[in-house]
Ligand binder design. Sequence first.
Ligand code: 5AD
Ligand code: SF4
Length: 449
Amino acid sequence: MNNTKKLFIKTYGCQMNVYDSERMSEALGADGYEKTDSPDEADMILLNTCHIREKAAEKIYSELGRYKELKASKPELKIGVAGCVAQAEGEEIIKRQPLVDLVVGPQSYQNIAGLAAKAVDGTKQIDINFPKEDKFTLLKGARSAQRGPSAFLTVQEGCDKFCAFCVVPYTRGAESSRPVLQVVDEAKHLVDSGVREITLLGQNVNAYHGAGSDGKEWSLAKLIWELDKVDGLARIRFTTSHPNDMTDDLIEAHGTCKKLMPYLHLPVQSGSNRILKRMNRSHDAESYISLISKIREARPDILISGDFIVGFPEETDKDFYETISLIKNIEYGQAFSFKYSTRPGTPAAERDQVCEEVKTARLYELQDLIKKQQKNIQDKMIGRNVQVLFDRKGRFNNQLVGKSEYLHAVNVTDPTIAVGELKNVYITKSNTNSLSGSILNYCSINNKC
Ligand code: 5AD
Ligand code: SF4
Protein backbone atom coordinates (compact mmCIF):
# COMPACT_ATOMS: atom_id res chain seq x y z
CA MET A 1 0.00 0.00 0.00
CA ASN A 2 1.30 3.45 -0.85
CA ASN A 3 1.12 5.76 2.17
CA THR A 4 2.60 8.76 0.40
CA LYS A 5 0.53 11.88 0.76
CA LYS A 6 0.82 14.83 -1.57
CA LEU A 7 1.71 18.34 -0.48
CA PHE A 8 1.04 21.47 -2.52
CA ILE A 9 2.82 24.47 -1.05
CA LYS A 10 2.60 28.03 -2.32
CA THR A 11 4.97 30.70 -1.09
CA TYR A 12 4.33 34.42 -0.85
CA GLY A 13 6.62 37.27 0.14
CA CYS A 14 10.26 37.35 1.07
CA GLN A 15 13.24 35.03 0.69
CA MET A 16 12.82 33.87 4.27
CA ASN A 17 9.43 32.48 3.34
CA VAL A 18 11.08 30.63 0.45
CA TYR A 19 13.52 29.13 2.96
CA ASP A 20 10.74 28.32 5.45
CA SER A 21 8.71 26.60 2.73
CA GLU A 22 11.70 24.41 1.89
CA ARG A 23 12.05 23.47 5.56
CA MET A 24 8.29 22.78 5.87
CA SER A 25 8.38 20.53 2.78
CA GLU A 26 11.43 18.68 4.09
CA ALA A 27 9.87 18.20 7.54
CA LEU A 28 6.61 17.01 5.98
CA GLY A 29 8.68 14.80 3.67
CA ALA A 30 9.94 12.98 6.77
CA ASP A 31 6.27 12.40 7.68
CA GLY A 32 5.41 10.83 4.34
CA TYR A 33 4.44 13.86 2.25
CA GLU A 34 5.71 14.29 -1.30
CA LYS A 35 5.54 17.62 -3.11
CA THR A 36 3.16 18.13 -6.01
CA ASP A 37 2.73 21.05 -8.40
CA SER A 38 -1.01 20.49 -8.62
CA PRO A 39 -3.41 21.51 -5.84
CA ASP A 40 -6.02 19.16 -7.37
CA GLU A 41 -4.05 16.07 -6.41
CA ALA A 42 -2.92 17.36 -3.00
CA ASP A 43 -3.77 15.87 0.41
CA MET A 44 -2.51 19.05 1.99
CA ILE A 45 -2.46 22.60 0.62
CA LEU A 46 -0.22 25.02 2.50
CA LEU A 47 -0.04 28.74 1.83
CA ASN A 48 3.07 30.27 3.34
CA THR A 49 2.00 33.86 3.63
CA CYS A 50 3.26 37.44 3.83
CA HIS A 51 1.72 40.24 5.90
CA ILE A 52 4.13 43.07 5.09
CA ARG A 53 1.66 45.09 3.01
CA GLU A 54 -2.13 44.99 2.81
CA LYS A 55 -2.20 43.63 -0.77
CA ALA A 56 0.06 40.73 0.15
CA ALA A 57 -2.28 39.70 2.99
CA GLU A 58 -5.47 40.09 0.93
CA LYS A 59 -4.10 37.81 -1.80
CA ILE A 60 -4.32 34.91 0.64
CA TYR A 61 -8.08 35.17 1.03
CA SER A 62 -8.68 35.25 -2.72
CA GLU A 63 -6.39 32.22 -3.13
CA LEU A 64 -8.24 30.33 -0.37
CA GLY A 65 -11.56 31.09 -2.07
CA ARG A 66 -10.33 29.17 -5.13
CA TYR A 67 -10.15 25.94 -3.13
CA LYS A 68 -13.83 25.92 -2.10
CA GLU A 69 -14.97 23.39 -4.67
CA LEU A 70 -11.90 21.22 -4.22
CA LYS A 71 -12.44 21.04 -0.46
CA ALA A 72 -16.15 20.28 -0.95
CA SER A 73 -15.32 17.37 -3.25
CA LYS A 74 -12.48 16.12 -1.03
CA PRO A 75 -13.27 16.81 2.65
CA GLU A 76 -10.17 14.95 3.87
CA LEU A 77 -7.99 17.57 2.14
CA LYS A 78 -6.16 19.67 4.75
CA ILE A 79 -5.81 23.37 4.02
CA GLY A 80 -3.25 25.27 6.07
CA VAL A 81 -2.21 28.88 6.34
CA ALA A 82 1.38 29.34 7.53
CA GLY A 83 3.68 32.35 7.81
CA CYS A 84 3.10 35.94 8.81
CA VAL A 85 -0.63 36.26 8.00
CA ALA A 86 -1.16 33.19 10.20
CA GLN A 87 0.78 34.84 13.02
CA ALA A 88 -0.96 38.21 12.69
CA GLU A 89 -4.53 37.04 12.17
CA GLY A 90 -4.64 33.64 13.92
CA GLU A 91 -8.18 32.48 14.55
CA GLU A 92 -9.61 35.31 12.42
CA ILE A 93 -8.48 33.41 9.32
CA ILE A 94 -10.77 30.51 10.14
CA LYS A 95 -13.64 32.88 10.96
CA ARG A 96 -13.20 34.57 7.60
CA GLN A 97 -12.53 31.38 5.64
CA PRO A 98 -13.89 28.28 7.42
CA LEU A 99 -12.37 25.86 4.91
CA VAL A 100 -9.00 26.43 6.59
CA ASP A 101 -8.00 23.51 8.86
CA LEU A 102 -4.62 24.68 10.15
CA VAL A 103 -3.09 28.02 11.09
CA VAL A 104 0.63 27.87 11.82
CA GLY A 105 2.92 30.77 12.69
CA PRO A 106 6.50 31.21 11.45
CA GLN A 107 7.97 30.00 14.76
CA SER A 108 5.86 26.86 15.10
CA TYR A 109 5.91 25.11 11.73
CA GLN A 110 7.98 22.16 12.98
CA ASN A 111 4.84 20.19 13.79
CA ILE A 112 2.51 20.65 10.81
CA ALA A 113 2.07 16.90 10.29
CA GLY A 114 1.06 16.45 13.95
CA LEU A 115 -1.45 19.29 13.70
CA ALA A 116 -2.84 17.89 10.45
CA ALA A 117 -3.37 14.51 12.11
CA LYS A 118 -5.43 16.21 14.82
CA ALA A 119 -7.43 18.34 12.36
CA VAL A 120 -10.11 15.74 11.67
CA ASP A 121 -13.89 15.99 11.37
CA GLY A 122 -13.82 19.75 11.13
CA THR A 123 -11.58 20.27 14.18
CA LYS A 124 -9.39 23.29 13.58
CA GLN A 125 -5.78 23.53 14.72
CA ILE A 126 -4.03 26.80 15.50
CA ASP A 127 -0.42 27.09 16.60
CA ILE A 128 0.93 30.60 16.65
CA ASN A 129 3.13 30.23 19.71
CA PHE A 130 6.67 31.45 20.04
CA PRO A 131 8.09 28.26 21.62
CA LYS A 132 11.10 28.45 23.92
CA GLU A 133 13.05 25.78 22.05
CA ASP A 134 13.92 27.00 18.59
CA LYS A 135 12.26 25.29 15.66
CA PHE A 136 15.55 24.55 13.91
CA THR A 137 16.58 22.07 16.58
CA LEU A 138 13.16 20.39 16.40
CA LEU A 139 12.69 20.29 12.64
CA LYS A 140 12.67 16.85 11.05
CA GLY A 141 13.87 16.09 7.53
CA ALA A 142 17.26 16.42 5.88
CA ARG A 143 17.97 19.43 3.70
CA SER A 144 16.76 18.25 0.30
CA ALA A 145 19.35 17.05 -2.18
CA GLN A 146 17.39 18.37 -5.16
CA ARG A 147 18.43 21.95 -5.47
CA GLY A 148 20.24 24.38 -7.73
CA PRO A 149 23.65 25.93 -7.04
CA SER A 150 22.23 28.78 -4.92
CA ALA A 151 20.50 28.38 -1.58
CA PHE A 152 19.10 30.49 1.23
CA LEU A 153 20.07 29.85 4.82
CA THR A 154 18.25 31.61 7.64
CA VAL A 155 20.70 32.64 10.37
CA GLN A 156 18.70 35.26 12.23
CA GLU A 157 15.01 35.98 12.69
CA GLY A 158 12.80 38.64 14.11
CA CYS A 159 13.50 42.27 14.82
CA ASP A 160 13.70 44.59 17.81
CA LYS A 161 13.83 47.81 15.81
CA PHE A 162 10.09 48.55 15.65
CA CYS A 163 10.04 50.84 12.61
CA ALA A 164 6.69 52.60 12.83
CA PHE A 165 5.34 51.08 9.59
CA CYS A 166 6.48 47.49 9.99
CA VAL A 167 4.74 44.31 11.16
CA VAL A 168 7.87 42.16 11.34
CA PRO A 169 8.56 42.62 15.09
CA TYR A 170 5.00 41.40 15.74
CA THR A 171 4.82 38.55 13.21
CA ARG A 172 8.36 37.19 13.47
CA GLY A 173 8.91 38.13 17.09
CA ALA A 174 11.99 39.31 18.93
CA GLU A 175 15.39 39.08 17.34
CA SER A 176 17.16 35.75 17.67
CA SER A 177 20.24 34.21 16.04
CA ARG A 178 21.04 30.59 15.29
CA PRO A 179 24.24 29.19 16.83
CA VAL A 180 27.33 29.30 14.61
CA LEU A 181 27.83 25.52 14.56
CA GLN A 182 24.25 24.88 13.49
CA VAL A 183 24.66 27.37 10.61
CA VAL A 184 28.03 25.97 9.51
CA ASP A 185 26.68 22.39 9.60
CA GLU A 186 23.74 23.37 7.45
CA ALA A 187 26.03 25.22 5.04
CA LYS A 188 28.28 22.14 4.69
CA HIS A 189 25.25 19.98 4.06
CA LEU A 190 24.07 22.36 1.34
CA VAL A 191 27.51 22.38 -0.27
CA ASP A 192 27.55 18.56 -0.21
CA SER A 193 24.30 18.62 -2.17
CA GLY A 194 25.75 20.85 -4.89
CA VAL A 195 25.27 24.37 -3.55
CA ARG A 196 28.03 26.88 -4.39
CA GLU A 197 26.41 30.12 -3.26
CA ILE A 198 24.65 30.74 0.05
CA THR A 199 22.61 33.80 0.93
CA LEU A 200 22.41 34.22 4.69
CA LEU A 201 18.96 35.45 5.63
CA GLY A 202 17.58 37.46 8.49
CA GLN A 203 15.04 40.25 8.87
CA ASN A 204 17.91 42.12 10.44
CA VAL A 205 20.72 39.83 9.39
CA ASN A 206 23.59 42.14 10.28
CA ALA A 207 22.35 42.20 13.88
CA TYR A 208 23.37 38.51 13.96
CA HIS A 209 24.83 37.55 17.33
CA GLY A 210 24.78 33.74 17.42
CA ALA A 211 26.60 31.66 20.01
CA GLY A 212 30.07 30.76 18.76
CA SER A 213 32.15 27.67 19.48
CA ASP A 214 34.05 29.69 22.13
CA GLY A 215 30.83 30.38 24.07
CA LYS A 216 30.89 34.03 23.02
CA GLU A 217 28.45 35.86 20.74
CA TRP A 218 29.75 36.06 17.19
CA SER A 219 29.05 38.89 14.80
CA LEU A 220 27.84 38.34 11.24
CA ALA A 221 31.35 39.15 9.99
CA LYS A 222 32.84 36.45 12.19
CA LEU A 223 30.23 33.96 10.94
CA ILE A 224 31.07 34.90 7.34
CA TRP A 225 34.77 34.26 7.96
CA GLU A 226 33.89 30.84 9.41
CA LEU A 227 31.82 30.03 6.31
CA ASP A 228 34.68 31.27 4.16
CA LYS A 229 36.55 28.16 5.35
CA VAL A 230 33.92 25.77 3.96
CA ASP A 231 35.51 23.97 0.99
CA GLY A 232 33.38 24.02 -2.12
CA LEU A 233 31.41 27.10 -1.07
CA ALA A 234 32.27 29.78 -3.61
CA ARG A 235 30.01 32.70 -2.73
CA ILE A 236 28.44 34.24 0.36
CA ARG A 237 25.74 36.91 0.40
CA PHE A 238 23.50 38.24 3.16
CA THR A 239 20.22 40.13 3.36
CA THR A 240 18.48 42.26 4.79
CA SER A 241 20.56 44.69 6.78
CA HIS A 242 19.87 47.73 8.92
CA PRO A 243 22.24 50.74 8.61
CA ASN A 244 22.76 50.89 12.39
CA ASP A 245 24.12 47.34 12.46
CA MET A 246 26.73 47.83 9.71
CA THR A 247 29.66 47.22 12.02
CA ASP A 248 33.29 47.93 11.11
CA ASP A 249 34.21 44.22 10.96
CA LEU A 250 31.42 43.65 8.42
CA ILE A 251 32.50 46.61 6.30
CA GLU A 252 36.07 45.35 6.42
CA ALA A 253 34.95 41.84 5.39
CA HIS A 254 33.49 43.39 2.24
CA GLY A 255 36.98 44.56 1.37
CA THR A 256 38.90 41.43 2.34
CA CYS A 257 36.72 38.31 2.19
CA LYS A 258 36.93 36.97 -1.39
CA LYS A 259 33.85 34.79 -1.04
CA LEU A 260 31.70 37.71 0.14
CA MET A 261 30.04 39.13 -2.97
CA PRO A 262 30.21 42.86 -3.79
CA TYR A 263 26.50 43.48 -3.32
CA LEU A 264 24.78 45.06 -0.34
CA HIS A 265 21.07 45.51 0.25
CA LEU A 266 20.88 48.34 2.75
CA PRO A 267 17.40 49.88 3.05
CA VAL A 268 17.10 53.54 4.04
CA GLN A 269 13.32 53.92 3.43
CA SER A 270 13.39 57.74 3.16
CA GLY A 271 15.82 60.58 2.60
CA SER A 272 13.97 63.01 4.86
CA ASN A 273 15.25 63.24 8.43
CA ARG A 274 11.82 64.37 9.60
CA ILE A 275 10.22 61.23 8.12
CA LEU A 276 13.06 58.96 9.27
CA LYS A 277 12.40 60.18 12.79
CA ARG A 278 8.67 59.57 12.43
CA MET A 279 9.52 56.11 11.07
CA ASN A 280 11.58 55.42 14.20
CA ARG A 281 14.54 54.47 12.01
CA SER A 282 17.14 55.81 14.47
CA HIS A 283 19.51 56.92 11.70
CA ASP A 284 19.42 59.96 9.46
CA ALA A 285 20.07 60.61 5.79
CA GLU A 286 23.57 62.01 6.40
CA SER A 287 24.69 59.04 8.51
CA TYR A 288 23.41 56.69 5.80
CA ILE A 289 25.29 58.58 3.08
CA SER A 290 28.54 58.56 5.03
CA LEU A 291 28.07 54.86 5.83
CA ILE A 292 27.77 54.08 2.12
CA SER A 293 30.97 56.09 1.45
CA LYS A 294 32.79 54.06 4.08
CA ILE A 295 31.54 50.79 2.56
CA ARG A 296 32.61 51.98 -0.89
CA GLU A 297 36.04 52.82 0.45
CA ALA A 298 36.36 49.21 1.63
CA ARG A 299 34.97 47.77 -1.62
CA PRO A 300 34.83 50.40 -4.38
CA ASP A 301 32.88 48.28 -6.90
CA ILE A 302 30.14 47.20 -4.46
CA LEU A 303 26.62 47.41 -5.87
CA ILE A 304 24.23 49.09 -3.48
CA SER A 305 20.58 48.14 -3.29
CA GLY A 306 17.84 49.61 -1.09
CA ASP A 307 14.20 49.77 -0.05
CA PHE A 308 12.04 52.91 -0.15
CA ILE A 309 8.60 53.74 1.14
CA VAL A 310 6.74 56.64 -0.47
CA GLY A 311 3.69 58.31 1.04
CA PHE A 312 4.51 57.49 4.65
CA PRO A 313 2.01 59.40 6.86
CA GLU A 314 2.61 63.17 6.78
CA GLU A 315 5.22 62.93 3.97
CA THR A 316 5.26 66.27 2.13
CA ASP A 317 6.62 67.06 -1.34
CA LYS A 318 9.70 68.48 0.39
CA ASP A 319 10.25 65.21 2.26
CA PHE A 320 9.78 63.22 -0.92
CA TYR A 321 12.31 65.34 -2.85
CA GLU A 322 14.80 64.79 -0.05
CA THR A 323 14.44 61.07 -0.80
CA ILE A 324 14.97 61.77 -4.49
CA SER A 325 18.08 63.75 -3.68
CA LEU A 326 19.45 60.95 -1.47
CA ILE A 327 18.90 58.48 -4.33
CA LYS A 328 20.77 60.81 -6.70
CA ASN A 329 23.59 60.99 -4.22
CA ILE A 330 23.92 57.23 -3.65
CA GLU A 331 23.29 55.82 -7.16
CA TYR A 332 21.59 52.50 -6.63
CA GLY A 333 22.27 49.41 -8.70
CA GLN A 334 18.95 48.00 -7.58
CA ALA A 335 16.07 49.07 -5.32
CA PHE A 336 12.64 48.02 -4.17
CA SER A 337 10.04 50.71 -3.61
CA PHE A 338 6.60 50.62 -2.14
CA LYS A 339 3.64 52.86 -1.43
CA TYR A 340 3.11 53.04 2.31
CA SER A 341 0.51 50.48 3.33
CA THR A 342 -1.39 50.78 6.61
CA ARG A 343 -0.70 47.80 8.85
CA PRO A 344 -3.06 47.32 11.79
CA GLY A 345 -1.33 47.49 15.14
CA THR A 346 1.66 49.52 13.95
CA PRO A 347 2.10 53.12 15.23
CA ALA A 348 1.97 54.75 11.77
CA ALA A 349 -1.44 53.25 11.03
CA GLU A 350 -3.06 55.82 13.33
CA ARG A 351 -1.49 58.88 11.68
CA ASP A 352 -2.56 61.30 8.94
CA GLN A 353 -2.45 59.36 5.70
CA VAL A 354 -1.21 60.61 2.33
CA CYS A 355 -3.80 60.20 -0.43
CA GLU A 356 -3.47 57.34 -2.92
CA GLU A 357 -2.97 59.56 -6.02
CA VAL A 358 -0.04 61.36 -4.41
CA LYS A 359 1.52 58.04 -3.35
CA THR A 360 1.15 56.68 -6.90
CA ALA A 361 2.71 59.77 -8.50
CA ARG A 362 5.65 59.69 -6.07
CA LEU A 363 6.20 55.99 -6.60
CA TYR A 364 6.37 56.44 -10.40
CA GLU A 365 8.79 59.33 -10.11
CA LEU A 366 11.05 57.45 -7.71
CA GLN A 367 10.96 54.24 -9.73
CA ASP A 368 11.79 56.17 -12.90
CA LEU A 369 14.94 57.53 -11.31
CA ILE A 370 15.93 54.14 -9.87
CA LYS A 371 15.40 52.45 -13.25
CA LYS A 372 17.75 54.96 -14.88
CA GLN A 373 20.42 54.46 -12.23
CA GLN A 374 20.06 50.71 -12.41
CA LYS A 375 20.40 50.70 -16.21
CA ASN A 376 23.32 53.09 -16.07
CA ILE A 377 25.23 50.82 -13.66
CA GLN A 378 24.28 47.76 -15.70
CA ASP A 379 25.48 49.43 -18.96
CA LYS A 380 28.84 50.13 -17.35
CA MET A 381 29.39 46.37 -17.12
CA ILE A 382 29.87 46.17 -20.91
CA GLY A 383 33.48 45.31 -21.67
CA ARG A 384 34.09 43.95 -18.16
CA ASN A 385 34.91 40.42 -17.09
CA VAL A 386 32.62 39.02 -14.43
CA GLN A 387 32.18 35.66 -12.77
CA VAL A 388 28.84 34.02 -13.39
CA LEU A 389 27.24 31.19 -11.44
CA PHE A 390 24.87 29.55 -13.91
CA ASP A 391 21.64 28.53 -12.23
CA ARG A 392 19.09 27.82 -14.99
CA LYS A 393 18.46 27.22 -18.64
CA GLY A 394 17.60 30.22 -20.82
CA ARG A 395 14.90 30.55 -23.44
CA PHE A 396 17.12 29.65 -26.38
CA ASN A 397 19.02 26.56 -27.38
CA ASN A 398 22.34 26.25 -25.46
CA GLN A 399 21.55 29.42 -23.51
CA LEU A 400 22.15 29.49 -19.77
CA VAL A 401 21.36 32.21 -17.27
CA GLY A 402 23.30 32.96 -14.13
CA LYS A 403 24.18 35.69 -11.68
CA SER A 404 27.28 37.82 -11.65
CA GLU A 405 29.01 38.82 -8.41
CA TYR A 406 26.88 41.98 -8.54
CA LEU A 407 23.66 39.93 -8.83
CA HIS A 408 23.10 40.98 -12.44
CA ALA A 409 21.38 38.30 -14.49
CA VAL A 410 23.77 37.24 -17.27
CA ASN A 411 22.82 35.19 -20.37
CA VAL A 412 25.40 33.19 -22.25
CA THR A 413 24.83 30.97 -25.26
CA ASP A 414 27.50 28.31 -25.28
CA PRO A 415 27.13 24.52 -25.56
CA THR A 416 30.13 23.86 -23.29
CA ILE A 417 28.63 25.22 -20.05
CA ALA A 418 26.30 23.58 -17.54
CA VAL A 419 24.03 24.67 -14.70
CA GLY A 420 26.03 24.83 -11.46
CA GLU A 421 29.23 26.02 -13.13
CA LEU A 422 31.04 29.19 -12.20
CA LYS A 423 32.63 30.78 -15.27
CA ASN A 424 34.43 33.92 -16.28
CA VAL A 425 32.29 35.87 -18.71
CA TYR A 426 33.10 38.86 -20.90
CA ILE A 427 30.08 41.18 -21.00
CA THR A 428 29.12 42.28 -24.50
CA LYS A 429 25.60 43.66 -24.16
CA SER A 430 23.25 45.30 -21.65
CA ASN A 431 19.57 44.39 -22.13
CA THR A 432 16.53 45.78 -20.29
CA ASN A 433 16.94 43.59 -17.22
CA SER A 434 19.98 41.46 -17.92
CA LEU A 435 23.43 41.32 -19.46
CA SER A 436 24.74 39.09 -22.23
CA GLY A 437 28.27 37.86 -22.66
CA SER A 438 30.59 35.13 -23.76
CA ILE A 439 32.70 32.64 -21.84
CA LEU A 440 36.33 33.49 -21.27
CA ASN A 441 38.27 30.28 -21.44
CA TYR A 442 41.17 31.69 -19.52
CA CYS A 443 41.08 33.34 -16.15
CA SER A 444 41.49 37.06 -16.46
CA ILE A 445 39.57 38.40 -13.51
CA ASN A 446 41.85 41.01 -11.98
CA ASN A 447 44.55 39.53 -14.24
CA LYS A 448 44.91 36.71 -11.72
CA CYS A 449 44.28 32.99 -11.92
N1 5AD B 1 4.18 49.73 3.77
C1 5AD B 1 4.98 49.76 2.68
N2 5AD B 1 6.17 49.14 2.64
C2 5AD B 1 6.56 48.49 3.74
N3 5AD B 1 7.69 47.81 4.01
C3 5AD B 1 7.60 47.32 5.26
N4 5AD B 1 6.43 47.68 5.82
C4 5AD B 1 5.77 48.41 4.90
C5 5AD B 1 4.52 49.08 4.89
N5 5AD B 1 3.72 49.07 5.94
C6 5AD B 1 8.79 47.69 3.07
C7 5AD B 1 10.08 48.32 3.64
C8 5AD B 1 10.90 47.11 3.99
C9 5AD B 1 10.46 46.11 2.91
C10 5AD B 1 10.73 44.69 3.20
O1 5AD B 1 9.07 46.33 2.82
O2 5AD B 1 10.70 49.07 2.62
O3 5AD B 1 12.29 47.33 3.94
FE1 SF4 C 1 10.79 46.03 9.90
FE2 SF4 C 1 13.34 46.10 9.02
FE3 SF4 C 1 12.39 48.05 10.61
FE4 SF4 C 1 12.81 45.61 11.60
S1 SF4 C 1 14.37 47.05 10.79
S2 SF4 C 1 11.02 46.89 11.99
S3 SF4 C 1 12.23 44.32 9.86
S4 SF4 C 1 11.72 47.56 8.50
